[in-house]
Design a protein around this ligand. Structure first.
Ligand SMILES: [Zn+2]
Length: 433
């Protein structure tokens, strides 16, 4: 099972040190899984990140970098390899980017997706119910693979009324409105002077809304895990829980995602429970969502698809002292390309992260095109070191160019598709178009 909680940043989970108890409901999984402390997404929004999860290819290779780009027919996806190996494959995704038109259904026997407005996106409960129905249908016939992507943690952070008070003892406060005029003017019209209207009460409201959505999702996924256990399906299953990207909660003066490449939008949770695993482990070595395709491939003995990731099996099996050379000192590249929001790329090696910006909704960020951070000293990325360390900037920039040249040499040719009207409306409401 591959569960991708849309927009879930790692540091808002209890298991990653958050001070609110947002996610102890996931204990059945997290007490019996390896937790990767530093998992990076290669992109700050859904389509390229999920394409990388499915293919093991970096965004620079698969070319899914804008709305309307599709995985070409015949792409060697994880689901396709599993189906070829005799697995039954099902998808339940409520993100309007993950559609048949965009080629994400390849390899799935059953593909339940959502095409509609963000305000009416189905609750995680509808997803787990559909998943259990499908599992009950296919289970007598053998092994199955389920991919599920719930959307509650994506703005507007919706939670059903009967779950609104479960985290805080009351519903979250209403000072922040995801679809309100502040968001529209600051993030989509680039009126950065509106930052002065963001006060403490608004930020507390935002944090409460976000955390309440995380908590609700964790509770419902915990109940889903219980239902699997009641069917005798928990112990022997391989279960992976992660996210496609994180979310800006005003860490760097903005909201939502796809507007920057800072850590709050790239660092995602990753839990991997091996079949039969009963104890928790923690891996500190940085890894990437791009690695999951190769990891599933090795664990499930699938045909080996050439990808940009590395199998994480040595980290799942071994001790931290025995990290093999190919998993040490790696470069993690991320990119985003949307003229209205943000165009840029980043590379992380060790504790150093370089972000190169070509365009931004925030004119100040666009003007200071290069930023360098030391994540060991400054994990929140508040102190730009680029003017103090020009040689390190030049090194990382050269490395980034070299990696991107390599991607361009063997690209998977993305195709274009026409958006149908409900999908277009949904994406417009999100500010994507
Ligand atoms: Zn997403």
């Amino acid at each position: 099972m591959l569960i991708v909680v849309d927009t879930l940043r790692a540091d808002r989970l209890t298991q990653y040190g958050h001070d609110r108890d947002t996610s102890s409901a996931l204990a059945r999984l997290t007490d019996a899984a390896t937790r990767f402390d530093e998992c990076y997404s290669p992109a700050p929004w859904t389509a390229p990140a999920v394409a990388s999860l499915f293919t093991g290819l970096a965004p620079g290779r698969h070319g899914i970098d804008d709305v309307g780009a599709a995985l070409p027919e015949g792409t060697p996806t994880l689901a396709r390899s599993l189906r070829r190996a005799g697995w039954q494959t099902g998808a339940v995704s409520f993100n309007p980017h993950i559609t048949r038109a965009a080629g994400f259904d390849q390899g799935f026997d059953e593909f339940l997706s959502y095409r509609g407005e963000m305000k009416r996106v189905p609750d995680v409960r509808a997803g787990t119910a559909a998943a259990l129905d499908w599992i009950d249908d296919v289970r007598p016939d053998g092994a199955f693979f389920l991919y599920m992507q719930p959307m509650n943690v994506h703005g507007p952070y919706r939670v059903p009324s009967d779950a609104e008070a479960l985290l805080l003892g009351r519903p979250p406060r209403e000072g922040f409105a995801f679809f309100g005029p502040l968001m529209e003017q600051l993030m989509n019209e680039g009126k950065i002077e509106r930052r002065q209207d963001v006060g403490r009460a608004m930020l507390e409201s935002l944090g409460e809304q976000y955390d309440t959505a995380v908590h609700h999702t964790a509770v419902e996924l915990g109940a889903f895990f219980d239902a699997l256990d009641a069917r005798g399906l928990w112990q022997d299953s391989l279960v992976v829980l992660t996210a496609d990207h994180g979310e800006e909660l005003f860490d760097h003066g903005g909201f939502a995602h796809r507007y920057s490449l800072h850590r709050e939008v790239l660092r995602v949770p990753l839990f991997v429970k091996l079949p039969g695993q009963t104890t928790a482990r923690v891996v500190d070595e940085p890894v990437s969502l791009v690695d999951l395709r190769a990891t599933f491939g090795e664990l499930l003995a699938l045909d080996s698809a050439q990808g940009d990731g590395r199998s994480l099996v040595p980290l799942l099996a071994g001790s931290a002292a025995a990290v093999p050379a190919e998993l040490r000192d790696r470069a993690f590249v991320a990119q985003a390309g949307n003229e209205k929001r943000f165009v840029g790329r980043s590379v992380r090696v060790g504790d150093d992260e370089l972000i190169v910006t070509e365009a931004s909704y925030d004119a100040e960020v666009a003007a200071e095109a290069v930023r360098l951070y030391d994540l060991a000293e400054d994990p929140g990325q508040q102190r730009d070191l680029s003017s103090q360390l020009p040689e390190r900037v030049a090194q990382l920039r050269a490395l980034l160019d070299q990696i991107e040249d390599d991607y361009r040499e063997a690209p998977l040719p993305a195709q274009r598709y026409e958006l149908d009207r409900p999908v277009r409306r949904a994406l417009e409401a999100l500010g994507y178009l």
